[in-house]
Design a protein around this ligand. Structure first.
Ligand SMILES: Cc1ncc(COP(=O)(O)O)c(C=O)c1O
Length: 385
């Protein structure tokens, strides 16, 4: 029998993938995924972008590992085309390339707790030792961050400062500055993962932590949440010396990301109607966020507490009386899927068993209403702690 590598065996499976079969049942309402609404994809713009491809037959040829020059130039803005950006197959691949380029088994990575499950999986596969720092509403707890940086020889700090998955938290400017200077003081490289940055529903955009940083930083961008995730186009910005090993790993991994998708994506974001699409998208998601928040307050008063996030895709709620794993099971019985919060802690860490993550972008208002009614029934059917 072929034995699976210990790396893969010890990697935490994704809860969402595990329950996919159940969530795909026709009568199931899912607040569990992290999906954008397919009805809001910019299909007209995409169709035009696809039609233009036949004018450039060379786009169907093999291409450069670093990605399509025109897209890289667009991402670099006014700067001359340089090697400071690498196009990846979704920003998820950038995470994997960084881990495979820089981590040896037992190297130490620091993450906020809770953290994005897909990043935790990448660090497990790299056999890294994952440490955590408590996430607060306005960013990581700074005293704990400094303590962890001083105590462990941390190599990489992974964070999602804009509307984090799962917590929805957005770091304040002062915490962005403080984290950047602590990382420089302890010479720890930053991975800033920013797929939700453009999904802001209120308030002003803040500088990225990478911009404020004077030490090594990788900035991961994605088109999945603002265009479509199926095209699998993302990128990583960092100085070229930092990106050089990633290019080598990418060559071995997939040679390069699909060129027709990169070209279509570029035509999409440059299209004169793309700004209008983004406004429509953020207006729709803002309305759904507000709708779900109001429903939770009315229907589940006393059962949970939460802050309304300024952007992103999730409401992170703390149950006042119930265990989240038991509630998630009871919710499936009532045909609504939620993710229990403990999923977002690294294995072997003490997790929060009373938190749940609720996605508000994939369902429309009447479905959100039905989902909350079902969640209420699940709470009623489930005995408290
Ligand atoms: C925090 C975070 N990073 C990265 C990703 C992966 O995005 P992409 O589709 O660009 O690979 C996701 C997807 O949900 C995410 O939530």
């Amino acid at each position: 029998m072929l034995t699976v590598s210990s790396r893969v065996q010890q990697t935490k499976p994704s809860y969402i993938r595990n329950i996919l079969k159940v969530t795909q049942q026709v009568d199931m309402l899912s607040l569990a995924g992290g999906l954008p609404d397919a009805e809001l994809f910019p299909l007209d713009i995409l169709a035009q972008a696809a039609a233009e491809l036949e004018r450039s037959p060379g786009i169907f040829q093999y291409g450069a590992t670093e990605g399509l020059a025109e897209l890289r130039q667009w991402l670099l803005g006014d700067k001359h085309l340089s090697d400071d950006v690498l196009i990846t197959t979704g920003s998820q691949q950038a995470l994997d390339l960084i881990a495979r380029s820089y981590l040896n088994p037992r190297d130490k990575v620091l993450c906020e707790a809770p953290s994005y499950l897909g990043a935790l999986q990448v660090f497990d596969l790299a056999e890294a030792e994952v440490h955590t720092v408590m996430a607060e509403l306005d960013g990581p707890n700074l005293a704990q961050l400094e303590q962890q940086l001083a105590k462990h020889k941390i190599k990489l700090f992974y964070a999602v400062p804009d509307f984090q998955n799962p917590s929805g938290h957005c770091w304040s400017l002062s915490k962005r500055k403080a984290v950047a200077s602590l990382l420089a003081k302890y010479k720890v490289a930053l991975i800033e993962d920013a797929p939700y940055r453009q999904l802001r529903y209120q308030g002003e955009p803040l500088p990225t932590v990478s911009e404020l940083s004077s030490y090594a930083a990788f900035y991961l961008g994605s088109f999945s949440k603002i265009a479509t995730p199926g095209m699998r186009v993302g990128y990583v910005k960092a100085n070229q010396a930092l990106l050089a090993p990633l290019k080598k790993v990418k060559q071995a991994s997939d040679l390069h990301s699909a060129l027709p998708m990169q070209m279509m994506l570029l035509a999409t974001v440059r299209h004169p109607l793309f700004a209008e699409h983004l406004t429509k998208l953020t207006n729709a998601y803002r309305a759904r966020r507000d709708y779900l928040a109001a429903l939770l307050k009315q229907q589940l008063k006393g059962e949970l507490t939460f802050e309304v996030p300024e952007g992103g895709m999730f409401i992170w709620a703390r149950l006042t009386r119930h265990n989240a794993i038991l509630l998630a099971e009871a919710a499936l019985q009532q045909k609504v899927a939620i993710v229990p919060g403990d999923e977002f802690w690294p294995s072997n860490h003490t997790a929060d068993y009373q938190a749940i993550r609720l996605n508000f972008t994939a369902l429309i208002e009447p479905q959100l209403e039905q989902a909350v009614i079902r969640l209420k029934k699940a709470i009623q059917s489930c005995s408290p702690n």
